[in-house]
Ligand binder design. Structure first.
Ligand code: NAD
Ligand code: AHE
Ligand code: ZN
Length: 369
């Protein structure tokens, strides 16, 4: 079949809207009509050539929602008509990691996914006879896409696609990092670095679990009102702090935060986030994705004296199990999504969505097909 898609032909170039050939689902695969997709900073990071795994030409996009249109041989958990959210972190429930119960980092399809192909080693997308690669196993910047069955969460039929798509990455990542990774408890003091599409979800989850101080740090003053809207109690523009940021934050939180979250991808900020933790027990969670080649550093004494460095991928969520629950939380009013979707665009306008992100003017742009 044919599908309209925004294709990244080369790093650092605009996406091009073209018609691709899409082969139907093979065994264990599912054809999905994507109804809406968000644009996450990670899409921009890959398009800008910062991703060690970046491959071109490819169909980016990993924050979608849609409807199953066809299933391949052997697919048992989904059928045509089911509403689904694509998962860049699959959940096979059979690999060593899934069975461990200790991590969401399912290994079943991760190796082929990182190479831009389906588990059998081939791509379903072609342009003028040439192979076009999948991205993060999702490729939601295509109106139709093919995914492994284990990379799809079935969700309720009444969830609106243009909001539910955000649960495919940003919402689950931010909320999950608070609940699953940090396990923030009521009364804790929290610092969130980077108040974008991820950081605001960390803030709303910290408020939901009853955190006491929720400090937001950003370099863009326009983010102060956004943070307050979701529960931030104090805002710090790190560019305006006289002297070092870390002692300022440690003083503000009476000795350091119980939990800090990096939602910037900047390795200098990651160090500040670790060092702004309380001596003896503070935990810093890295969510941001750093450019290829970047490394983090701190004095080992920071860890010797009890601070803990952790990372969180997809908020530690087990996609097929946890994503439908987060959709319920949204539908029941437990978490908010609507105000964070600042721009709704057509596929033809997708490059504008990237511009808005880089200019700091959007929280989330959503493409509606
Ligand atoms: P975004 O562009 O919406 O927000 C980033 C925010 O960080 C902006 O408000 C920006 O002003 C702020 N910022 C930039 N530099 C800063 C600095 N030096 N100090 C303080 N604030 C600064 O991006 P997003 O979609 O929220 O994504 C944030 C990060 O999370 C990206 O690195 C993205 O790749 C990553 N991410 C990780 C996961 C995961 O599973 N680990 C999932 C989604 C996104
Ligand atoms: N491909 C990069 C790493 C990118 C990365 O860390 N991705 C996050 C999700 S970002 C979503 O917006 C993640 O889940 N990582 C775990 C995984 O298995 O990919 C690189 O450095 O090679
Ligand atoms: Zn993302």
């Amino acid at each position: 079949m044919k599908t309209r898609a925004a294709v990244a032909f080369e790093a650092k170039k605009l996406l091009e809207i073209v018609e691709l050939d899409l082969e139907g689902p093979r065994a264990g695969e599912v054809l999905v009509e994507i109804k809406a997709t968000g644009i996450c900073h990670t899409d921009a990071y890959t398009l800008d050539g910062f991703d060690s795994e970046g491959i071109f030409p490819s169909v980016l996009g990993h924050e979608g929602a849609g409807i199953v249109r066809e299933v391949g041989a052997g697919v048992t958990s989904l059928k045509a008509g089911d509403h689904v959210i694509p998962l860049y972190t699959a959940e096979c429930r059979q690999c060593k990691t899934c069975l461990s119960g200790k991590s969401n980092l399912c290994t079943a399809v991760r190796t082929t996914q990182g190479k831009g192909v389906m588990p059998d080693g081939t791509s379903r997308f072609r342009y003028k006879g040439r192979e076009v690669f999948h991205y993060m196993g999702c490729s939601t910047f295509s109106n139709f896409t093919v995914l492994p069955e284990i990379s799809l969460a079935k969700i309720r039929d009444d969830a609106p696609f243009d909001k539910a798509c955000y649960i495919g990455c940003g919402v689950t990542t931010g909320v999950g990092a608070v609940i699953n990774t940090a396990k923030v408890e009521a009364g804790a003091n929290v610092i969130v670095f980077g108040l974008g599409g991820i950081g605001l979800n960390v803030i709303q989850a910290a408020k939901m679990v009853g955190a006491d101080m929720i400090v937001g740090v950003d370099i863009n003053d326009a983010k102060a009102d956004w943070g307050k809207r979701f529960g931030m109690t104090h805002f710090v523009n790190s560019k305006n702090v006289q002297g070092d940021l870390v002692p300022h934050l440690v003083a503000l939180t009476n000795g350091g935060a119980d939990y800090t979250f990096d939602c910037t991808g900047n390795t200098t900020v990651m160090r500040q986030a670790l060092e702004a933790c309380h001596r003896g027990w503070g935990e810093s969670i890295i969510i941001g994705v750093a450019e290829a080649g970047r490394e983090i550093a701190t004095r080992p004494f920071q860890l010797v004296t009890g601070r803990v460095w952790k990372g969180s991928a997809f908020g530690g969520a087990r996609g097929r199990t946890d994503v439908p629950k987060i959709v319920d939380w949204y539908m029941n009013g437990k978490i908010e999504i609507d105000p964070m979707i600042t721009h709704v665009l057509s596929l033809d306008e997708i490059n504008k969505g990237f511009d808005l992100m880089h200019e700091g003017k959007s929280i989330r742009s959503v493409i509606v097909y």
